[in-house]
Design a protein around this ligand. Structure first.
Ligand SMILES: Cc1cc2nc3c(=O)[nH]c(=O)nc-3n(C[C@H](O)[C@H](O)[C@H](O)COP(=O)(O)OP(=O)(O)OC[C@H]3O[C@@H](n4cnc5c(N)ncnc54)[C@H](O)[C@@H]3O)c2cc1C
Length: 327
């Protein structure tokens, strides 16, 4: 059987592995202690936060068909949030999300979509691929401590393009294209409250502030824990402050949130910041996945198309189809 190494166990890596597992010997390497990448959920003693992806939408029939059994099993559900658009503190529009244009989340936390896909997959957690070398039997993957992670016929990277550019062999024919693709950062502010704040909405898109998004996390189906808010800074503000001291970032975003809500959250019971260095990317017009048939190297991920869950899925499934015809 063809041996395939997939680097990264976000949605792209897991969907790709899932689609290829019957036809190849697939191993997935993930540097974190859990799967799902940017579709993560953080659990604290009292609170639960989806601090990356907030919801996802299914525009294509292929993604809808993929979601169907997950919805039937309760792994994915509709989030019918009371949604508003705010300009500073003022509500400029509001609507109730419903079945006419479903907004989906994984249940009981966003990371559970990735966990669901784990069945029968060989996923090596806490394993950062640091180097890709060669032997006479194919590609040799090495960890940061120099451990041999195995030899493979194909290596597929699903990590953000800046990191793929550092990691993939210089012989990869698409390396120059990858190096030109830029993702932007995003800070998430995680706020847990002992007493709920009364808000007339559950999800807010914010304009004209350093913050772009606020949600009431437990308004999503199946969530547990106390009242908490998940705040995202704008990509522009995050990029301009990406190397700043995290305490300063936290202070600013908590103050900005307080001003927007008209409610002081600077003394929240739980307050922390997560920096997503490579969070988002605008619409791309290149290939949906990059394949080097001669070298047996490939790269895919949302960043080939746009910073969206459905884009990660589309990139991975199209690469799976392509590899399926090559192995
Ligand atoms: C703050 C934020 C908000 C978002 N909101 C939404 C939203 O509301 N709706 C929506 O549709 N999308 C949203 N997205 C985008 C969505 O999360 C992504 O499109 C999707 O999760 C991308 O999946 P992926 O598998 O392509 O990449 P990732 O999830 O980034 O997966 C890459 C994986 O590779 C691993 N990795 C990296 N380097 C190595 C290495 N050297 N060795 C081993 N493993 C490695 C990483 O740990 C990660 O798990 C959001 C993203 C962020 C960050």
């Amino acid at each position: 059987m063809t041996r395939i190494a997939i680097i990264g166990a976000g949605l792209s890596g897991l969907v790709l592995a899932h689609r290829l597992k019957a036809r190849a010997s697939v191993t997935v390497f993930e540097k974190s202690r859990g799967v799902s990448g940017r579709m993560s959920t953080r659990y604290t003693e009292r609170y639960q936060f989806d601090h990356g992806t907030q919801f996802f939408i299914a525009r294509t029939n292929t993604f809808r068909s993929f979601l169907q059994p997950l919805i039937a099993q309760g792994v994915v559900a509709r989030w019918d949030a009371a949604f508003v658009e705010l300009n500073r503190g003022e509500t400029i529009s509001k609507r109730q999300w419903d079945e006419n244009f479903p907004h989906y989340v994984a249940v009981p936390g966003m990371s559970h979509l990735g966990k669901y896909l784990l069945t029968d997959l060989d996923v090596r957690l806490r394993t950062r691929v640091a180097e890709i070398g060669t032997t006479d039997r194919g590609w040799l993957l090495l960890s940061a401590t120099g451990d041999r992670l195995g030899e493979y016929d194909w290596v597929v990277s699903t990590v953000p393009p800046a990191q793929a550019g550092e990691l993939l062999p210089t012989s990869f024919c698409h390396l120059p294209s990858l190096k030109k693709i830029k993702m932007v950062g995003c800070y998430a502010l995680l706020l847990g409250m002992q007493s709920p704040i009364q808000l007339p909405w559950q999800a807010a898109l914010v304009q004209d502030a350093d913050i772009s998004w606020i949600s009431v996390n437990r308004s999503k189906p199946g969530r547990s824990g106390g009242f908490c808010l998940l705040v995202h800074a704008t990509n522009a503000w995050s990029e301009n402050h990406i190397e700043d001291d995290v305490d300063e970032v936290k202070k600013h975003l908590a103050q900005e949130t307080s001003d927007l809500l008209g409610h002081d959250v600077t003394n929240a019971d739980y307050c922390t910041v997560h920096r997503w260095r490579y969070a988002n990317i605008e619409k791309q017009d290149g290939p949906v996945a990059y394949v080097d048939e001669e070298r047996l190297l490939a790269a895919c991920g949302d960043w080939c198309i746009q910073g969206r869950v459905e884009a990660a899925f589309t990139s991975a499934t199209s690469l799976a189809d392509r590899l399926g015809s090559l192995i």
